[in-house]
Design a protein around this ligand. Structure first.
Ligand code: GUN
Length: 290
């Protein structure tokens, strides 16, 4: 078993982005980060995105709206960033407080600035096979597989979870024609029958359903590549904060069978942030014609 080291891979990608931004003349690529409410995980993620921006020579503009912000207020902030010619990418961190509908909030983001890839036009382009911006987590997973020499062409891939953020775009990306694609993809979800029968066939297993330690050792084929997208809080009296973060994979027994496996933390998470940087640089280049 070898670890799929997302942290190291993300550091390499960020260095590549930083190398490119250092050579730019004129204004920096600029990313707007919008957070609404007090979701504790979102606070950590957005702080990580701002820090990575700085490391990459990308300017970040941070807006934090209160838990009771109206939908109109959120749309107003996004519209201002849309209209600002110096802003290349806009990210609205999810989840949103319940008074705000995420589809309605994402809709006004200009597709040219949709570095998160959640706009229906971005997802439609991906589904049609001519992607512009692809959601950062599936994009990061593909990049991690590519850079570790994992062959996807003809591989049986099983994706657990059908979210718009991970599962659905992951399946689209891996089944696309070409490098990092050409896989035979099965998507399992909460209504799937006998999930283990699917996962045991998988050459590449991607767990993204958000259930702590769901994937057990006996659900994984010997030699499989296992990607764990989950970040779940579980009670742990021995941990300083009273909880531990665990993935959707029961790591120890699964690692015994896997040829490659991502750790949690240090696997998929850093890759998501690195791809956001890459997408922001791509948006800048597209918008400035450089
Ligand atoms: N919430 C969980 N993952 C993501 C992500 O990649 N982007 C945004 N905006 N929100 C998220």
């Amino acid at each position: 078993m070898r670890l799929l080291d997302g942290k190291a891979c993300a550091a390499a990608i960020k260095q590549e982005v930083a190398g490119e931004t250092a050579r730019l003349s004129g204004r920096r690529p600029t990313l707007a980060l919008v957070r609404v409410g007090e979701d504790p995980a979102s606070k950590v993620y957005v702080a990580a995105k701002a820090k990575a921006s700085e490391e990459c020579g990308i300017e970040s503009r941070n807006v934090h709206l209160s838990d009771d912000a109206s939908e109109a207020r959120v749309l107003g902030v996004l519209t201002d960033f849309n209209n600002d010619p110096d802003v290349d990418g806009i990210l609205l961190q999810l989840p949103l407080p319940k008074q705000i509908d995420s589809d309605r909030a994402i809709a006004p983001i200009s597709p040219e600035k949709d570095v998160d890839g959640f706009h229906p036009e971005s997802l439609g382009r991906l589904a049609a096979g001519s992607p512009r911006f692809v959601p950062c987590t599936p994009l990061g997973i593909r990049e991690l597989l590519l850079r570790n020499g994992v062959e996807t062409a003809g591989a049986d891939v099983v994706v657990l979870g059908r979210s718009v953020i991970v599962g659905k775009p992951m399946a689209l990306l891996l089944s696309q024609k070409g490098r990092g694609g050409d896989a035979t993809v099965t998507v399992c979800h909460s209504r799937s029958r006998d999930i283990a029968a699917h996962t045991r066939r998988a050459d590449i297993l991607i767990a993204a359903m958000g259930v702590a330690r769901f994937v057990k050792g006996d659900m994984v084929k010997e030699g499989a590549v296992v990607v764990d997208v989950g970040i779940n809080r579980v009670d742990d009296a021995s941990a300083p904060k009273g909880y531990a973060l665990v993935g959707d994979v029961d790591f120890e027994p699964v690692a015994q069978r896997a040829s490659l496996i991502t750790p949690v933390p240090g696997g998929v998470g850093p890759m998501t942030v690195a791809m956001l940087m890459a997408n922001t640089l791509a948006a800048y280049k597209m918008r400035t014609g450089s």
